[in-house]
Design a protein around this ligand. Structure first.
Ligand code: PDD
Length: 282
């Protein structure tokens, strides 16, 4: 495939970075994943804004404008033709001459981007939906989960625990038994017709899909929506559980640690919300 590295497009096998790159040595970088269907990107501006926030927080100075990013994404879509692509963007602090913890001055960030195939756009059909069985365990990641850092080992370990149990995701709760998010998704629950999701703070990534869903829900006055603390007990007692991300959109969860969610099928509210999402998304 054709990838982008520091201003140039090249075949993936010709893309080389230094082992002194702080992305490699420390996971010192920020990334994004943007879905593109037939070249139409979903939530592009919001993804770029979140990346800028992450770079600011890490004091990584990069002079790419949103237009620069758009051009890179469009080029990658064209050069890697595919109906359903995810665009991965990655900025690390750059390569130093030695390994030292302090942020070095005067180094140039490394910018890498590539396109990969993602599943077709999700459908809002109860019988044909992609459903998710998930593990549930205590969140053992760091306290800066709002930063979309390339240092993902905490998430990777949680995801792997789920995968080892035959599941497709792992939902996490903190030491107070409060729901945070999943290893690569945000979480929503529905109980007695009320849709709830944990509030934004340092314990979760401000998901773009989460934000798009909340925006859609607020524009339809018939939904009851709350951003509030949700307990682990409420998760297990929910009528519906959804995991949301750029590629899953509104992903219906049908099993938690082997236990069925309600009747083990995607719920009625899930169907309404995924169908509104499909309608509103571009
Ligand atoms: N994951 N929470 C975490 C920890 C995530 O890694 C992601 C996204 C989300 C959902 O964010 P968004 O709706 O903006 O995709 C929540 C990406 C897709 C990944 O790491 O591949």
């Amino acid at each position: 495939s054709t990838v982008y590295l520091n201003g140039d497009y090249m075949n993936a096998e010709h893309a080389k970075i230094s082992p002194m790159d702080r992305g490699f040595l420390f996971g010192d970088g920020i990334y994004e994943v943007i879905p593109a269907y037939n070249g139409n990107m979903l939530g592009f501006a919001a993804h770029i804004e979140r990346m800028k926030n992450g770079l600011n927080e890490l004091e990584i100075v990069l002079d790419y404008t949103a237009d620069t990013w758009r051009e890179i994404c469009q080029q990658l879509c064209e050069k890697n033709h595919g109906e359903n692509l995810g665009i991965y963007l990655h900025v690390s602090r750059g390569a130093d001459t030695k390994r030292a913890h302090a942020y070095p001055s005067g180094i140039t960030p490394t910018v890498f981007a590539y396109a990969f195939e993602i599943p077709a756009q999700p459908v809002s059909d109860i019988d044909n939906a992609t459903t998710y069985t998930v593990s549930v365990e205590q969140d053992k990641r760091w306290q800066r989960c709002h930063i979309k850092s390339t240092a993902l080992l905490g998430n990777v370990i949680h995801y792997q625990h789920g995968a080892a149990a035959g599941n497709k995701e792992t939902i996490l709760y903190n030491r107070l038994d409060e729901l945070t998010e999943a290893s690569s998704s945000n979480v929503f629950i529905v109980k007695d017709g009320v849709i709830s999701t944990p509030p934004l703070d340092n314990q979760i990534l401000p998901g773009i899909t989460r934000w798009l869903i909340l925006t859609i829900l607020h524009s339809h006055s018939d939904f009851k929506v709350q951003e509030r603390i949700i307990t682990k007990q409420e998760l297990f007692a929910a009528d519906e559980v959804w995991i949301t991300s750029a590629t899953k959109e509104v992903g219906p969860v049908v099993k938690l640690n082997g236990q069925l969610v309600a009747d083990g099928k995607p719920g009625k509210i899930w169907q309404q919300v995924q169908s509104l999402f499909t309608e509103h998304k571009f």
